[in-house]
Design a protein around this ligand. Sequence first.
Ligand code: FMN
Length: 212
Amino acid sequence: MKKSNLLFSAVLAFLMLTGCSNKNENNNEAAVANAVSFDEVLATRRSVRSYDATKTISEAEVRELLIATQEAPSWANQQPSKYYVAMSPEKVEAVSNLVGERNKQNIAGAPVLIVSTYEKGKSGFFRGEQTNEVGDGWGAYDNGLSNAYFILKARSKGFDSLIMGMRDSDALRELFNIPENEAIMAVISLGYRSGEPRQPEHRPLDEVVQFF
Ligand SMILES: Cc1cc2nc3c(=O)[nH]c(=O)nc-3n(C[C@H](O)[C@H](O)[C@H](O)COP(=O)(O)O)c2cc1C
């Protein structure tokens, strides 16, 4: 290679490298500026019972939240949790009819409703035998952990949610063709809050904790 070409290539490589690193720095700065601290996520995550019906959520955004649930621990890594995501207006409407009248009113305008289940006989079992007295309760435990990751990740991305234990599980099973080996747990609404949610009271820590 000629000396001049070599010099040109070196200058070009330098410009490309410094250009890239500046771009990365800018991206990182933007990410840091937008980042919400974990404590802020915990403090601002509330059960939201009033949604902004003008805002929508994409499948890609929901997927990002579901990917976060895959980081949740589970019994022997059984990962028993499953999710049925209603996003079409028809399916959202159908699910909202199965959570009771009060919940239905509270989640009006939430663009996404998700049914959470867990596969029975996995968490808490070893070679088909129940490991201890909790039995399939460990599946519910894992499902709750998975849901927690979901709602916290949702909050960190600016979304709001409501976990609903009041729901018609038989009708949901039929609606989504959910197999009998799955226990149907919560329906979770996902959307954007309209107005500030109410702040729940928390029991004094020393009422629920004992140090030894
Ligand atoms: C398993 C479970 C079931 C719940 N079911 C309902 C429900 O059907 N309707 C409702 O409005 N809130 C429901 N909630 C929300 C609780 O009422 C709420 O989490 C609690 O009051 C604390 O408020 P916070 O979530 O804002 O901290 C449920 C929460 C959990 C974890």
